[in-house]
Design a protein around this ligand. Structure first.
Ligand code: NAD
Ligand code: IPM
Ligand code: MN
Length: 359
């Protein structure tokens, strides 16, 4: 029996809906395997700002630092557009990642059996696609100094900066991950233009010498964006910096059928942070339409990476696969045999039923 404290940060838009799904699945895992999870909910993002707190309240950060794992739904709302960076909901995620030192963002994208015809590509092109984007998460343009807007408001600037140490440690995560998968790493950069990318390529190449069993190749990010959308099965692990990884991981969502399917884990720091790759989707919030699979997949990653409950994690992933194989589809997914779509709650219930049925 595992006793663990899990911090839940629902946030904004569809965040609370997918967090409810994540929380129900954690309770199902407790029931089936006899664990005791203490689920503690904290305010974050626009919800915290609306209540008069900063985007990442002190109590939330302390709760996260004291937890064994953190689940975050999503933050963000257009009503905060135009606010100063520190008064935007997104500041919560950026601060949390940095405070946790969670530098390694793992974003798997795979085609679930039965969903081959569900993405933007032909079924024969996507069949068997199984990509892991390893995104550097606490450096690059997101955090580099100086940044700001010139006094006259006529220009603005950000700084992309990477140290050898930052590149080395994320490269190590990518090579170690590849060892457990297809043994191939594609490092993605813009070394034909950027100094940071030239350093990136050199450090990754040097790190690769410690992994002679892993096939390493390098690609420019523009070419990679094209090739993911035309020949996605050529990738195993994609190793890349913060902004490129943000963009390429959303693109991989389109290929496997929906952004709503993608989970993520941010590890390497004090406590693991788990969030679906998607945002707060204000266009479908409070309509019971959000696909909960990215959130539930993130719960599986939390179980595996932070709680070391591998059997439980695999059982959750199996339940997602079984539910999709049974024909359940939220509206963002291509229907099976013209069956009508189900809502977010019905999809979650079906996954939990499959999870218990397999016990
Ligand atoms: P988004 O990911 O919220 O939505 C993009 C599109 O995907 C929308 O059409 C949306 O309806 C759809 N979508 C997203 N998640 C879905 C799901 N689970 N099921 C079905 N459809 C889904 O991106 P956006 O619209 O560019 O951003 C909205 C807000 O979210 C912004 O404020 C942005 O900053 C924020 N954001 C937050 C996170 C996060 O909290 N981790 C991530 C990305 C964006
Ligand atoms: C993501 C999001 C975040 C990012 C934003 C909301 C700060 O897009 O997790 O992919 O850019 O990292
Ligand atoms: Mn993103």
């Amino acid at each position: 029996m595992k006793v663990a404290t899990i911090a839940l940060l629902p946030g904004d838009g569809i965040g609370p809906e997918v967090t409810a799904a994540a929380s129900s699945v954690l309770k199902a895992v407790e029931d089936r395997f006899g664990h005791a999870f203490d689920l503690r909910t904290y305010a974050v993002g626009g919800a915290a700002l609306d209540a008069g707190y900063p985007p990442l309240p002190t109590e939330t950060l302390e709760g996260c630092l004291g937890a064994d794992g953190i689940f975050l739904g999503a933050v963000g709302h257009p009503k905060f557009d135009g606010k100063a960076p520190e008064e935007r909901p997104e500041a919560a995620i950026l601060k949390l990642r940095r405070e946790l030192e969670a530098f390694a963002n793992l974003r798997p994208a795979r085609v679930w059996p039965g969903l081959e015809n569900g993405g933007s590509l032909k079924p024969e092109v996507v069949k068997g696609v199984d990509i892991l984007v390893v995104r550097e998460l606490t450096g690059g343009l997101y955090y580099g100094q100086p940044r700001g807007v010139a006094e006259d408001g006529q220009s603005a600037f950000n700084t992309m900066r990477y140290s050898v140490e930052e590149i080395e440690r994320i490269a190590t995560v990518a090579f170690e991950s590849a060892r457990l998968r297809g043994k191939r790493v594609t490092s993605v950069d813009k070394a034909n233009v950027l100094e940071t990318s030239r350093l990136w390529r050199k450090v990754v190449t040097d790190a690769g010498k410690r992994y002679p069993d892993i096939e390493l190749s390098h690609e420019y990010v523009d070419a990679c964006a094209l090739l993911i959308a035309s020949k996605p099965d050529r990738y195993d692990v994609i190793l890349t910096e913060n902004l490129f990884g943000d963009i390429l991981s959303d693109e991989s969502g389109a290929i496997v059928g929906s952004l709503g399917l993608l989970p993520s884990a941010s590890v390497g720091g004090k406590v693991g942070l788990f969030e679906p790759v998607h945002g707060s989707a204000p266009d479908i919030a409070n309509e019971n339409k959000a696909n909960p699979i990215g959130a539930i997949g993130s719960v599986a990653m939390l179980l595996r990476h932070s709680l070391k409950l591998d059997v439980e994690a695999t059982a959750v992933e199996q339940a997602i696969g079984d539910t999709l194989a049974a024909g359940y589809r939220t509206v963002d997914l291509v229907p099976m045999d013209n069956k009508p779509p189900v809502g977010s709650k019905a999809m979650t219930t079906a996954i939990i039923e499959q999870f218990h049925a397999a016990a």
